[in-house]
Ligand binder design. Structure first.
Ligand code: 6R9
Length: 653
């Protein structure tokens, strides 16, 4: 670590942050150590408004199905909207929406509450009630946030599906969740283009493939031409127009499922990660307050999509729970040019900016080849804090972000967390932590992350191992929707002493104890910060039955996207080469895009007459990873049944 720069917080930061200095951090950690439940109970009372106060904090009698604040009742939308209006902040801007074409719309807390209430009333009028599941397939929009808040208001459990997922992926999620309604837009506007959403919904629902689903509610974004199914499809504006702008919130138990969010695991089938109401909202609010140091006059911008967990916690819930002002951006970082982020920070005087390393790396590339989109061409002096999420940030990108975006003055919080954890787990706090580029530093106060070996024993600092969380925490995943056994097996394997298994490897610095994440230890890839299971992509490839006999997918390092997807494919016809191989590779990519979504398209496709296998028939994935990286294979190939295959795999298309 000595070769890297370190950055201590300035005295101003230590003096003014919500958590002040190492002493402030140590006091919180000590409080949590002394009385774990008491610590979280105190924070839950301070940060959230409860309709029925809880008297029990943590129930671990049915571990690993932990319950938090279980006899308390609250409503998330009340906490995010009403209470700020009641406190006289109705005229404060909640959302600053910037459309793809640059048009800006501001929405106050009072307006957001009115719109949420109207949609909540409309959903109730359609018979949707507490516990029903509603799928949301929306672009980045005020309406997307409203849809999530409206579900929360009536106690319906939402499941947002990212707008880049295919009809097949959408259908799987609607079916698995047993959704009764789907809220979508006619189209989404991104990068100057209108892209279909409703047409994909129609395809997903064709042939009555989702019998639980009764209503499709359509937000008119572009006015593009769409198909219409009478008796099923409804315009959002028609449904809400006549609805009253007030709607009594449904008070739900703290453990009531606020949302399901599907994410990739080691098997082919995505898992519906189920989150709670009270515990989730507590950590969303608390981490927004302490990690981002959100204050009343901040302009906060998280660039994630609401289709991912980052958009849930740090757009729809955390900043609103604290009554903050935030940006919601419809477009893409490269339109009309790669200066869009910097231009928007300048225009809206953004103070806190949270994005992904992959975006930073691609904007570095763009800035290096075109001065005009370099951040130095913009006035970014409003910024006071930067954040990173989704994948490890390499020190070079960190330094560039720090110097060129943060002007050397803004701390960077490199936040490690997962869909399953609900909010930040390991992260610097800006008024506390001396930063080291590439390290997510230390656990959030109260979070008990540790590094252990395969049997759950602590490994010493300086030695890598498996990242676990020793104690349950309020915003943890509650179960996998419909599959509690898979929940236990995936996250609480018996050999790990009851610790939560994150699925990442990590190492702690021998001197500082700082954590560095070394990457997934399972078959999950991280491409541009998007999680994808290798098995999912393999199943998509082999579902192209007319062409593909067998497929194996691995990741390899990529300068821009972090990891890139490499597919090894055995065709049902002779191994192609040249133009034919290129054409087939394109066909396969298109097929994967159709099955899962464009984000899952393999970057490299390599064809072989077979895959390298052991004599017992196991695909040698370690070897494939070396081939994908372009390394000369130094591993022992003596167990390889067909060594000649290796040469065939040398060419990537
Ligand atoms: C929030 C989110 C989770 C996986 C996680 C890890 C990787 C996320 C990271 C990071 C290193 C960070 N990851 N943040 N790795 N440093 N700051 O991204 O959730 O989509 O579920 O992905 O992403 O591998 O296990 P999710």
């Amino acid at each position: 670590m000595s070769t890297l720069n370190t950055y201590a917080p300035s005295p101003e930061w230590v003096a003014n942050a919500h958590v002040k200095g190492e002493a402030g951090y140590a006091a919180l950690v000590a409080e949590a150590e002394k009385d774990y439940a008491g610590y979280w109970a105190r924070l839950a009372r301070e940060l959230l408004s409860w309709q029925t106060p809880f008297t029990k904090t943590l129930n671990d009698s049915d571990a690993p199905f932990f319950k938090w604040f279980e006899d308390g009742k609250l409503n998330v939308s009340y906490n995010c909207l009403d209470r700020h209006v009641e406190a006289g902040k109705g005229d404060k801007t909640a959302l600053i929406f910037e459309a793809d074409d640059g048009t800006v719309t501001r929405v106050t807390y009072a307006e957001l509450l009115a719109r949420t209430s109207q949609l909540a009333n409309a959903l109730k009028a359609r018979g949707i009630q507490k516990g029903d599941r509603v799928v949301i397939y929306m672009p980045m929009s005020v309406e997307g946030v409203v849809a999530m808040q409206a579900c929360a208001r009536i106690g319906a459990t939402h499941s947002v599906v990212f707008g880049g997922f295919s009809a097949q992926s959408l259908r799987d999620r609607v079916q698995d969740a047993g959704a009764v309604a789907l809220i979508c837009a006619d189209e989404q506007q991104r990068g100057g283009k209108a892209l279909p959403l409703k047409a994909i919904v129609d395809e997903a629902l064709a042939d009555n493939s989702c019998p639980t689903l009764k209503d499709v509610i359509v937000y008119q974004r572009t006015g593009g031409k769409i198909g219409w199914v009478e008796g099923r499809d409804l315009w959002l504006h028609e449904l809400t127009a006549a609805q009253p702008t007030s709607c009594a919130p449904e008070w739900v138990e703290s453990e009531h499922p606020l949302f399901l969010l599907y994410t990739s695991g080691s098997t082919g089938k995505p898992k519906g990660v189920q989150h709670s109401t009270g515990g989730y909202l507590l950590h969303a609010a608390l981490t927004t307050k302490w990690t981002f140091d959100l204050k009343d006059d901040d302009i906060f911008w998280c660039t994630a999509d609401i289709g991912w967990v980052t958009g849930h916690t740090y757009i729809t819930y955390g900043p609103l729970a604290l009554g903050g002002t935030e940006i919601v951006f419809e477009g893409v970082p490269t339109y009309p040019d790669a200066g869009r982020f910097w231009q928007m920070i300048q225009k809206h005087k953004v103070t806190i900016f949270y994005t992904a390393p992959t975006a930073i790396r691609s904007l570095i590339k763009a800035a290096e080849s075109n001065e005009a989109v370099h951040p130095k061409k913009y006035d970014l002096s409003s910024l006071r804090l930067l954040g990173s999420v989704g994948e490890p940030i390499n020190p070079a990108a960190w330094e560039w972000y720090h110097q060129h975006v943060g002007g050397g003055r803004c701390p960077i919080v490199d936040t490690f967390w997962q869909t399953e954890t609900g909010g930040h787990m390991i992260t610097p706090l800006p008024g506390v932590t001396t930063l080291v580029p590439g390290s997510c530093t230390l656990p959030f106060p109260g979070i008990t992350t540790a590094i252990v070996d395969e049997t759950g024993n602590d490994v010493p600092n300086g030695q890598g191992g498996i990242l676990v969380v020793k104690k349950p925490w309020p915003s943890m995943i509650r179960t996998i929707w419909g599959d509690p056994e898979r929940f236990k097996k995936s996250y609480y394997p018996s050999e790990l002493k009851g610790y939560y298994l994150a699925g990442d490897g990590a190492i702690r610095d021998a001197e500082t104890g700082y954590f560095t994440i070394t990457g997934r230890i399972d078959d999950v890839l991280n491409v541009s910060g998007h999680r994808m299971g290798t098995m999912e992509i393999e199943s998509a490839l082999v579902s192209c039955t007319e062409l593909v006999a067998e497929a194996a997918v691995v990741g390899r390092p990529d300068d821009t996207t972090g990891e890139a997807i490499c597919a090894f494919v055995v065709l049902k016809r002779p191994r192609p080469s040249g133009d034919e191989a290129k054409a087939i590779a394109k066909q396969l990519r298109d097929h994967v895009a159709k099955e899962i979504g464009p984000i899952a398209k393999p970057k490299d496709i390599r064809f072989g007459d077979n895959l390298p296998k052991t004599r017992s028939g196991k695909i040698m994935r370690r070897l494939l990873r070396s081939v994908a990286k372009g390394e000369s294979v130094t591993q022992d190939t003596s167990t390889l049944e067909n060594p000649a295959i290796l040469e065939q795999l040398g060419q990537a298309y």
